[in-house]
Design a protein around this ligand. Structure first.
Ligand SMILES: Nc1ncnc2c1ncn2[C@@H]1O[C@H](COP(=O)(O)OP(=O)(O)O)[C@@H](O)[C@H]1O
Ligand SMILES: [Mg+2]
Length: 357
């Protein structure tokens, strides 16, 4: 057991959970500072909701420990945790008006009426719904209901707020507007929050750090820029942003790196691997140029599209489809044309092919 860090606001350590024969969470460690916004990002079924439920007290872990604001809450019931939860289905009470919904948790705690009224007003002002206090829930749009759910969660001033796919039900335009608004609001009130999403753009927009989850484990926990520039695994690479990758075998290796023989040709990687091992070589589309360079390949153009600020060139290199991103104003090659293309060694990523095989 690693000891939880005393300086952390929320500390999840060694948490594992099985349902029957299935391991849903495996040795999860996550420490959060006060005021930090962290996203759990991963495909459906990787354990995101289960981890949130462990923090909320709705699921008990088989092993491990959860500490919040210096208190061990691993076995504490949900109502003794001071954790706020916002779900995708807002779970609002249809028979109560907006103020009744927002004040519900405060009423449960037995606060005096006047205190409830001022806390409700403050929470509704934060989400710009102060004029809707006496409206029935059914008279509100989806976006407004989402704000009521948020106001209800922040009204009790929780130590941490959990959002489970909370914006997924909104249409794209509203969702994007809510992302930056929510981030701004949470920063403003100094909230500590965990978001769950399978949408990588949402994760990059909303978070100080992102935990990429895969099959019950945290694959990588990093700030958005590090995650994009230095993905720790082939899964993190493929799940966040666009990338092009080729698989091959290491034919030589020295102190400076290795040469990987792929179906499209040999590629250099700045990392040392055992000769004969399987390696995935990758880069981001924006590092590719249609000239010779460190890692040069030849391919056939299968498509080229102008997209305004950028153009995308799709290339077939010995059967592997790769996408290169060019500046919007560049002269695009013709479909069927043979092109040489390259990317610098410094922008070459490599992963052991055995990882997550
Ligand atoms: N109460 C439960 N009983 C059995 N299996 C469950 C239960 N809750 C979740 N699971 C399983 O655990 C895995 C992770 O689920 P979940 O945490 O909901 O994933 P996510 O939120 O990332 O989509 C899934 O395979 C799911 O079927
Ligand atoms: Mg889920």
């Amino acid at each position: 057991m690693t000891a939880p860090d005393a300086g952390l606001h929320l500390s999840i350590s060694n948490v594992s959970k099985r349902f029957g024969a299935t391991t849903v969470l495996e040795d999860i460690h996550l420490g959060m500072a006060k005021g930090e916004l962290v996203t759990l990002l991963g495909p459906s079924g990787c354990g995101k909701t289960t981890l949130l439920r462990v923090v909320a007290g709705l699921t008990h872990p088989d092993t491990g420990r959860v500490e919040l604001a210096g208190r061990d809450i691993t076995r504490a019931p949900p109502y003794k945790r001071n954790v706020g939860v916002v779900f995708q289905s807002y779970a609002l009470f249809p028979h109560l008006d907006v103020a009744g919904n927002v004040g519900f948790g405060l009423k449960l705690r037995g606060l005096p009426k006047a205190d409830i009224a001022s806390a409700v007003h403050r929470a509704l002002s934060l989400v710009h719904l102060e004029r809707y206090a006496d409206r029935p829930i059914r008279a509100l749009s989806g976006g407004q209901q989402q704000r009521v759910a948020l106001a209800r969660a922040i009204a009790v001033e929780p130590s941490v707020i959990l959002f489970d796919e909370a914006l997924s039900a909104l249409d794209r335009k509203l969702r994007e507007a809510m992302q930056s608004e929510l981030r701004h609001l949470l920063t403003q009130i100094g909230a500590t929050a965990i978001f769950v999403t399978h949408d990588q753009e949402e994760a990059l927009t909303m978070s100080d750090r992102v935990a990429v989850m895969y099959k019950g484990r945290i694959d990588q926990l990093a700030d958005p820029r590090t995650l994009y520039d230095q993905p720790a695994t082939a899964f993190a690479l493929s799940f966040v942003g666009q990338s092009l990758s080729l698989k091959g075998k290491v034919v030589s290796s020295d102190a400076d790196g290795s040469v990987v023989e792929t179906s499209a040709g040999p590629l250099r990687v700045p990392r040392r691997f055992l000769r004969g091992s399987s390696v995935i070589v990758a880069t981001r589309p924006e590092h590719v140029t249609l000239t010779a360079g460190d890692n040069t390949l030849t391919g056939t153009v299968v498509g080229a599209t102008f997209q305004g600020s950028r153009s995308l060139v799709e290339i077939d290199a010995a059967g592997t489809r790769l996408t290169a991103e060019m500046p919007g104003r560049c002269t695009l090659p013709e479909r069927g044309e043979t092109v040489i293309f390259s990317w610098p060694l410094s922008e070459t990523l490599s992963f052991s092919g055995e990882e997550h095989a």
